[in-house]
Design a protein around this ligand. Structure first.
Ligand SMILES: NC(=O)c1ccc[n+]([C@@H]2O[C@H](COP(=O)([O-])OP(=O)(O)OC[C@H]3O[C@@H](n4cnc5c(N)ncnc54)[C@H](OP(=O)(O)O)[C@@H]3O)[C@@H](O)[C@H]2O)c1
Length: 343
């Protein structure tokens, strides 16, 4: 049994970690932190866990975490995990960080993008896209869990990266409002977002550098992502439409075959049929990444791939638990046997 601490347990990804791990029979949640709700029962914030988890929030105290836990999830804003990981790693406690603190090999890129001075520059973590980096994750003491948009986009490009124009990749993504976290914001306010769709961070979204960094590992050339995110009036789910331009003739069947081959033994990546498009109803509440489309506009050499994930599960807490399972040599699907909530 592994003893778990969730730092930032009152938030949305923290709540999902609690929900998933409460059903994981090789993990026990010992500490769930929240400064705002310290001493309140978990169900005070996460009503879905009433009668399921008999635990109270407590203030974050690193000494208590070290004393009582073997594995720590940081479900905190950027800039928090970096302050504590060295202390944890030194005493053999393993970590999955859901923030962006350890996603960049070159920490100066992180500092530039996030405007935060990095306090653990010498700590390296594999990028936690489980299906693509399983070997490194298995041997790691700390894993950088990917951003939600990158989780939908990177695996949808890797199988065809050698046959596309790497400087002309266009991605249009839509996200449910839980992607913005639990604190109310103008953009997530019901009268504002309801019956509307809002493009935001049209140039220079923080996830662009993360996607480019990871895709560059598969090619020696420059990779440029043209990315426009949108907020849509749903609670959870990300749908990414990816346009790539082909350098050589290829059929839709061959494209799909490449995806089938790349992910043939992957339980959490489902390859749809040609022309079939992923929908949020099929993945919401689950750890699946559905990839479909595979349609080619031959005149323009444009291939369209469409991907869908639940931002809080495959895009955050589900993949974090998947990574924990790999790091601890537990069956990878443990705790993640979740089916989409259609409709
Ligand atoms: N939402 C998503 O879809 C998503 C997807 C992928 C990755 N992520 C990343 O996951 C992380 C958590 O996101 P979220 O959406 O769950 O955020 P959230 O709902 O805003 O929750 C943030 C949590 O962090 C805690 N916290 C805030 N400042 C803290 C501090 N200084 N020390 C310790 N705990 C602190 C809060 O606890 P209190 O109750 O004490 O305020 C709260 O529990 C972020 O880095 C985010 O970028 C989010």
């Amino acid at each position: 049994m592994v003893d778990i601490a969730i730092i930032g347990a009152s938030g949305y990804t923290g709540g999902e970690l609690l929900r998933i791990l409460s059903r994981h029979d090789e993990a026990e949640i010992k500490i769930a932190t929240s400064d705002r709700f310290a001493d309140k029962p978990i169900y005070f914030v996460h009503g879905n866990l009433r009668g399921i988890l008999n635990l109270k929030f407590e203030k974050f105290n690193i000494d208590r975490v070290i004393k009582h836990c073997d594995f720590v999830f940081f479900a905190t804003p950027n800039g928090i995990a970096m302050r504590y990981v060295k202390q944890l790693l030194e005493v053999g406690i393993k970590v999955v960080d859901l923030s962006a603190d350890f996603r960049f090999k070159d920490k100066s890129i992180y500092e530039k993008i996030y405007g935060i001075k990095h306090e653990a520059k010498d700590v390296d973590a594999p990028y936690g896209l489980t299906e693509l980096n399983r070997k490194e994750i298995r041997n790691a003491s700390i894993v950088a869990n990917p951003g939600c948009y990158p989780t939908s986009i990177i695996p949808s490009i890797v199988p065809i990266i050698d046959i596309i124009d790497l400087e002309r990749i266009v991605v249009d993504s839509k996200s449910g409002v839980s992607g913005a976290g639990a604190s109310p914001k103008d953009v997530t306010h019901f009268p504002f977002i309801n019956e509307d769709i809002i493009a935001y961070k049209i140039i220079g979204h923080r996830h662009v550098a993360e996607i480019e960094q990871e895709l560059k590992k598969y090619t020696h050339q420059r990779v440029l992502i043209n990315f426009t995110p949108h907020m849509i009036p749903v609670t959870r789910g990300i749908l990414s439409t990816i346009h790539v331009f082909l350098k050589k003739e290829i059929s839709e069947e061959e494209v799909r075959k490449r995806f089938l081959k790349c992910y043939e033994n992957e339980k959490f990546i489902r390859i749809l049929n040609i022309g079939e498009v992923p929908i949020l109803n099929n993945i919401r509440g689950s750890n699946y990444l559905d990839i479909g489309g595979f349609l080619i506009d031959h005149e323009r050499r444009r291939l369209v791939i469409i991907a869908a994930i639940d931002n809080l599960i495959k895009g955050a807490s589900g993949q974090a638990v998947q990574n924990m399972n790999v790091m601890l040599n537990i069956k990878e699907e443990k705790g993640l046997d979740l089916i989409g909530q259609s409709p």
